[in-house]
Design a protein around this ligand. Structure first.
Ligand SMILES: Cc1ncc(C[n+]2csc(CCOP(=O)(O)OP(=O)(O)O)c2C)c(N)n1
Ligand SMILES: [Mg+2]
Length: 355
């Protein structure tokens, strides 16, 4: 017998659990202002997240999927992509959408059940949030195929969870992206849980990154709570795709510190010890420790930032609450190019009732 093929999965982290640099810093990380900007975004995303949960608990949003513990992923993806790239995200990467120009008000509208929230104010080329698990893996293939045909210097980025990698459309996407060498980055946030299904029962595969190998795609792993590692991996994958080098799959190791959504109670299926251990590795404190050790951060700056972030979120809440409700007839207006006769009757009835 001889070896037919051999594969490796590389794992990268730049900051250790206490925020000390383990490896030489990549060029972007030598700019203190760029790093404090990443920290500002991570803090803002956490403030937005906490307010969204509070709004849901007080009946002002229908539901919400928290990003708590996954802020480094948002900032790494959001800061690496260019405006011309296309993000196809699940419900868990709202922070990356915010960094690309979607507004907090848009997201509040969306979670408030108002379809106008998907009509993004910014990042108009990005796709609406995909709740159908892994369906957007094949949409991303279509987007990347179009980019390749048009010879544009753009990249499609498809963000999914660990659970999504068990679905057929994920494998179809991986296969097509590899076969056609598309400018596409699959970003898998391995937050250890798919609602109540733990990573240990999700798959027998040793890593999620290795699922790329079968499609002829490079797969690698990063510490998803280390924003520097996430950003570096994204920079490399985007540059490779833009230069015609084809797709990459990045698996980011992280932990979902929140319930799955506000409709879930994770204490029913996982222990408090596990969650407490995960809190010790959370990404915002890690970057803060790194910045503080380097003299780029202190308590006064932290207090000012928190104040600014809370004010920014509060202004978005007010904009959301002051938004007049959509016209009742709107539900008829966007599905068909021309409203069919049967629906025209219903539309007229709704109009008459609401007059
Ligand atoms: C096709 C499909 N099947 C089932 C669901 C219900 N569902 C919503 S979230 C979820 C788990 C997804 O887990 P993962 O991919 O790990 O993402 P995470 O929520 O952890 O970010 C499931 C099964 C769905 N939305 N779509
Ligand atoms: Mg998950």
């Amino acid at each position: 017998m001889s070896l037919a093929a051999h594969f490796d999965i590389q794992y990268t982290r730049i900051l250790d659990d206490s925020g000390r640099a383990l490896a030489p810093l990549p060029p972007f990380a030598k700019d203190a202002a760029a790093l404090t900007e990443l920290y500002r975004w991570m803090t803002l995303i956490r403030a937005f997240d906490a307010k969204a949960v509070a709004l849901q608990r007080t009946g002002q949003l229908g539901t919400f999927a928290s990003m708590l513990g996954q802020e480094a992923i948002q900032a790494g993806i959001g800061s690496a992509m260019t405006a011309e790239d296309v993000l196809l995200s699940s419900y868990r990467e709202q922070g990356a959408l915010l960094m690309r120009g979607v507004t907090m008000k848009d997201l509040f509208l969306y979670w408030g059940g108002d379809e106008r929230g998907s009509h993004f104010s910014g990042a108009r080329g990005d796709f609406p949030i995909c709740v159908t698990i892994a369906a957007h893996a094949t949409h991303a293939v279509g987007v990347a195929y179009a980019i390749k045909l048009r010879r544009q210097p753009r990249v499609a980025v498809c963000t999914l969870g660990d659970g999504a990698t068990s679905k057929g459309d994920f494998y179809e996407g991986i296969n097509a992206a590899g076969a056609w060498q598309l400018p596409l980055v699959f970003f898998v946030s391995n937050n250890q849980w798919a609602i109540s299904t733990p990573r240990t029962t999700q798959t027998a595969a040793q890593t999620f990154a290795q699922k790329a190998i079968a499609g002829g795609i490079e797969g690698l792993q990063v510490d998803g709570n280390d924003v520097l590692a996430v950003r570096q991996a994204m920079d490399t994958a985007l540059a490779k795709a833009r230069g015609g080098g084809g797709p990459t799959l990045i698996e980011a190791l992280t932990y979902r510190l929140s319930d799955h959504t506000t409709a879930d109670d994770a204490s029913r299926y996982r222990g408090a010890d596990e969650v407490a251990a995960a809190w010790k590795l959370e990404p915002v404190a890690r970057l803060r420790a790194f910045l503080t050790q380097g003299g780029a951060w202190d308590k006064a700056r932290e207090d000012t930032l928190l104040h600014e972030c809370n004010a920014q979120v509060q202004a978005a809440v007010e904009a959301y609450q002051n938004e007049p409700p959509p016209a009742l007839t709107q539900m008829f207006d966007h599905l068909y190019a021309g409203v069919p006769a049967a629906l025209q009757k219903q539309r007229a009835a709704v109009l008459a009732e609401s007059a």
